[in-house]
Design a protein around this ligand. Structure first.
Ligand code: GLU
Length: 287
């Protein structure tokens, strides 16, 4: 109802959703910076969600380090942070909804049994005799998924044909990223996702899943990701260095330039952000 009152326009709520697998590095700062600026340019909220659902990859204490790094860069979130590990009931409820609508099924296939490419639907009509369900898959309906990306332009993907029924609950019992991200973005009323383009390929899947969970999927903007010297995405796995927060202005300007903007000459962090915000608003026609 509240949304109706505003003429159908959703209040801007953005988020930065780091996985606490280590400190932020120059690559992850790009997503933090772009999502922060887009929220500020829209006079919206910027939320911090710690995506600690993939427990084997979580590094204890990394969430606190990430928060310390963001504070040191004068990047402040507008509500208390949330942790996915505390939202288990929410994911179960979403799964139950899908189950009740016969939109998920147990799958016995191991990775070795599957061909490269789209899931062939082996267990869609029931488990092969004598086999147990390991993971749970979402039944993707046929059809082309089309959407607009604010950085990348028009996009389309035949999710059923190119990806096939995808996993919402993993064989190890953990909720899959595609599932939790959709459920949380919905529960937190996220209006806008700004993240790295490595996740562009997940967006069509998330949109289809959101629709079947009756969630209004956010607008999206997928920004460039930083590559290392070997052309791989800069990541903790590739031993990217933690952010240099001893020199915050330099660190911020590096990320800002990697996003394609000219360096900002500013005497303090507040004026860096004020300038960056107005340039961002101009470039993306945010009024
Ligand atoms: N947790 C994911 C990551 O660190 C980001 C998820 C998202 O922004 O949708 O790559």
């Amino acid at each position: 109802m509240a949304l109706e009152v505003q003429g159908g326009k959703r209040p801007y709520i953005g988020r930065f959703a780091p996985s606490p697998t280590g400190p932020l590095h120059d690559g992850s700062l790009l997503a933090a910076m772009a999502s922060f600026l887009d929220a500020r340019a829209h006079h919206g909220k910027w939320l911090l969600r710690i995506e600690d659902i993939d427990t084997p990859r979580v590094v204890p204490g990394a969430d606190q380090i990430i928060m310390t790094q963001l504070r040191a860069l004068d990047m402040h979130w507008d509500e208390p942070p949330t942790w996915q590990s505390r939202n288990m009931d929410r994911y179960q409820a979403a799964f139950d909804t899908l189950m009740a609508e016969h939109l998920v099924y147990g799958c016995a296939c191991t990775r070795q049994e599957l061909p490269w490419g789209a899931y062939p639907g082996t267990c869609r009509e029931g488990l092969p005799a004598g086999r147990q369900a390991r993971a749970w898959r979402f039944k993707v309906p046929p059809g082309m998924e089309r959407f607009h990306d604010r950085w990348q332009g028009p996009q389309e993907q035949d999710v059923a044909g190119e990806i096939g029924d995808f996993i919402v609950r993993r064989a190890d019992g953990l909720w899959a990223y595609q599932m939790v991200v959709v459920v949380d973005d919905g529960a937190q009323g996220i209006s806008d996702i700004v993240r790295g383009e490595d996740l562009l390929d997940s967006t069509a899947r998330q949109r289809v899943l959101a629709r079947h969970l009756h969630i209004d999927y956010p607008r999206v903007m997928h920004i460039p990701v930083l590559m290392d010297d070997d052309g791989r995405k800069l990541s903790k796995q590739n031993h990217a260095e933690p952010l240099d927060i001893a020199h915050p202005m330099h660190t911020l300007n590096q990320a800002w330039q990697a996003l394609g903007f000219p360096p900002v000459v500013a005497s303090d962090l507040a004026s860096f952000w004020a300038t960056a915000k107005s340039q961002w608003a101009k470039r993306f026609s945010v009024s």
